[in-house]
Design a protein around this ligand. Structure first.
Ligand SMILES: [Zn+2]
Length: 391
């Protein structure tokens, strides 16, 4: 157990009109810097096959600031531009290594973000955070709710306005781990379902809550309504805003539900076993939409960091282990169980199986065998990294 851990915070904020105006300038400048840099880099790359580094662009922008035409660039904290160019560096690194597509130009209408450093020598900022303010130099303290507040000031915050017009502050803070729950001897296997969210080895089916499904239905209706409107018309714009708002509400509800679920799984169990699903591999199949909708990646991420805090063990079993095809009663392995088969009977011992519960039981057993004292090597799931800014 490390003495400190990196914990990520996401806080919904409500900047006032003045703060929104300042943020608008910051967003606009960051967007300009991103697009300006992207254009320079793209041109150099297309024409001469050259690569222009973020440092080169940063130098060029510093020179621009001294010109009358561009001196408005000095009206925002210098870090705003520097961080944006760093984001772009990372975006290019990801592109060149094949992890991401070519960086795109940023539009005024999409989500906006800036990163701002908080000087740890600035006593005022630190004491404001200690008093449960969300304080950003240049903006002051902002009204906030929704989300845990860190006990001390973060070194850097990301301020984001999503497409629905909501504002968030996110930050990573190094802190002592929260008090662990008492150890238990319980374990659980989780089969991530397509029909339900997940099925546990205890036989419990975790479904998406009804209020989430209702919100999703409303979202689908609004999306259909949007597709019927003439693109660019007044009605279209209004509907588009309401689609964005509904989208945000669905995402919030889903995230809250996942938090409750993962918290409970971690509280109740010492060992939590999941399949090591390569979501990227699945993303090319017809299951892609279900995978995306069910938020599997987020489920795993939350389980991983909560398990680490709580001193629990999250074990990911090899996704090629025959968790679905094997009878959890006698160990007989079948050739295959088609996706459409929900229930099956073991030809060896005659046991009747629900496809998902049987898989969850196997996942739990395989994981326990892998633990020290078991037969194999433990494969720990990498602890949850924060979702970095989508650069
Ligand atoms: Zn059997």
């Amino acid at each position: 157990m490390p003495s400190t851990i990196q914990r990520s915070y996401r806080i919904r904020i409500y900047p006032n009109a003045d703060q929104r105006a300042v943020l608008n300038r910051w967003f606009g400048t960051a967007r300009w810097a991103w697009n300006h840099a992207l254009e320079r880099r793209s041109k150099a790359y297309r024409r001469r096959g050259e690569s222009v580094s973020g440092v080169d662009v940063s130098r060029a922008i510093t020179a621009l600031k001294k010109t009358t035409r561009y001196n408005w660039l000095t009206e925002v904290p210098a870090g705003v531009i520097v961080q944006k160019l760093r984001d772009q560096d990372r975006a290019f690194t990801n592109f060149f290594s094949g992890r991401a597509s070519y960086p795109r130009f940023r539009k005024r209408s999409s989500a906006q973000s800036v990163r701002v450093q908080i000087d740890q020598r600035q006593h005022r900022a630190l004491s404001r955070w200690a008093n449960e303010d969300v304080f950003v130099p240049g903006l002051g303290a902002m009204r906030w709710r929704n989300g845990a507040h860190p006990a001390q000031a973060p070194k850097m915050v990301t301020i984001r306005r999503d497409a629905a017009g909501r504002y968030f502050v996110t930050a990573m803070v190094e802190e002592a781990p929260a008090k662990r729950p008492a150890p238990t001897n319980k374990s659980v296997g989780i089969d991530l379902g397509l029909k339900s969210l997940a099925v546990l080895s205890t036989g419990e089916v975790l479904a998406n809550p009804r209020h989430l499904r209702a919100k999703e239905r409303r979202l689908r209706r609004a999306q259909r309504a949007l597709s019927r409107k003439r693109r660019g018309s007044g009605r279209w714009h209004r509907t588009r805003r309401s689609v964005a708002r509904l989208h945000a509400r669905v995402a919030d509800t889903r995230a809250n539900h996942l938090h409750q679920l993962t918290r409970r799984l971690v509280d109740e169990n010492q060992v939590i076993a999941v399949e090591d699903l390569s979501v990227k591999g699945l993303a090319r199949t017809r299951l892609a939409k279900s995978v995306h909708d069910a938020g599997w990646g987020e489920f795993g991420r939350q389980l991983a960091y909560k398990a680490e805090w709580a001193g629990r063990q999250l074990v990911a079993i090899d996704r090629f282990a025959p968790s679905t095809r094997q009878c959890s009663g006698c160990g007989h392995v079948r050739a295959a169980v088609p996706l459409s088969t929900r229930r099956w009977q073991c030809p060896e011992c005659g046991a009747e199986h629900d496809r998902d519960i049987n898989a969850a039981v196997n996942i739990e057993r395989i994981a326990l065998e892998q633990l020290p004292g078991g037969t194999g090597e433990v494969k720990r799931v990498e602890s949850g990294r924060p979702r970095g800014e989508a650069a």
